[in-house]
Design a protein around this ligand. Structure first.
Ligand code: MF3
Ligand code: CO
Ligand code: CO
Length: 266
């Protein structure tokens, strides 16, 4: 079953998770984080993105989980044919694993994993360095991670969605990078992608007010060049229009009485 299970209260159409459901999100969040840790030592020159995919799929199965991305087909999209997303260099997101795609020294690769455990989704991603990328590539990756953490640091009951985007956009642009507009963070739980939508740009004090029990992702994509993107004929792979580098980090978080809890930590 997907969607609201009817026992969950909602606020403006947004599911608020109970303590019991939060516990399930913690469990799948920890599993997702552990999967990224498990894959990290494989990220070396010479490995194919398909090999990363296959190991991720095997590991999810061995841990009682399944991939939310394999066969995922929102309206208007063909089924996604990967157990994970592997987005290399100019690929912004939704890169499809491929046996012919071999990582080489100096690449950057975002690995985005979404296992489903006991009906709940844990969504997290990280950009890894392959060998020794240029100083400018390393800076892009570092700034992107810091943007995600600055966005998350804004989260607490009563804060607004625009506060998250503003914090991300300010730090990205201060460092000379642009923020992708078309792809946003999203509510996640029993469903993979749902309200609230979380842009990674915006104005402080604007947008939806955050409430205890909301669970969503913060997943900024930063580009070296312009924020314009293109979609390849496979209808999934998103690349930068100028073919310059793009990096992304993602955590799933919960809004709590205390402020915020990152669920995708191991
Ligand atoms: N995990 C991605 C996200 O952060 C979504 C991947 S959908 C796929 O929302 F079909 F491309 F795998
Ligand atoms: Co993701
Ligand atoms: Co996501």
């Amino acid at each position: 079953m997907t969607g609201n299970n009817l026992r969950s209260p909602t606020h403006r159409g947004i599911v608020l998770l109970s303590a019991r459901e939060l516990d399930k999100m913690r469990r799948v969040g920890q599993l997702a984080a552990a999967l990224l840790k498990h894959l990290e030592p494989m990220v070396k020159p010479g490995v194919s993105t398909q090999a990363l995919n296959d190991e991720a799929e095997r590991w999810m199965q061995a841990n009682g989980a399944i991939s939310a991305t394999r066969g995922y087909a929102p309206p208007g999209y063909p089924p996604f044919m990967g157990a994970i997303c592997t987005s290399v260099n100019e690929v912004v997101c939704h890169g499809i694993p491929n046996p012919k795609q071999i990582l080489k020294d100096g690449d950057i690769i975002n690995i985005d994993v979404t296992p489903i455990l006991d009906g709940y989704h844990g969504d997290t991603s990280k950009t890894f360095l392959v060998g020794n990328p240029s100083a400018s590539a390393r800076k892009l990756v570092e700034v992107t991670q810091e943007c995600m953490m600055r966005g998350i640091a804004e989260i607490k009951p009563g804060a607004r969605v625009g506060d998250i985007g503003a914090a991300i956009q300010e730090y990205a642009e201060a460092n000379g990078f642009s923020v992708v507009r078309e792809m946003v963070g999203h509510g996640v739980g029993r469903q993979f992608h749902t309200e609230p939508w979380i842009p990674h740009y915006g104005k402080r004090g604007s947008g939806l007010k955050l409430r205890v029990g909301m669970v969503f992702t913060v997943e900024p994509m930063l580009n070296e060049g312009t924020c314009d993107m293109r979609i390849l004929p496979d209808r999934w792979t998103v690349i930068t229009k100028d073919k310059k580098l793009s990096a992304q980090f993602e955590h799933t978080i919960a809004v709590t009485e205390e402020g915020v809890e990152i669920l995708t930590v191991s």
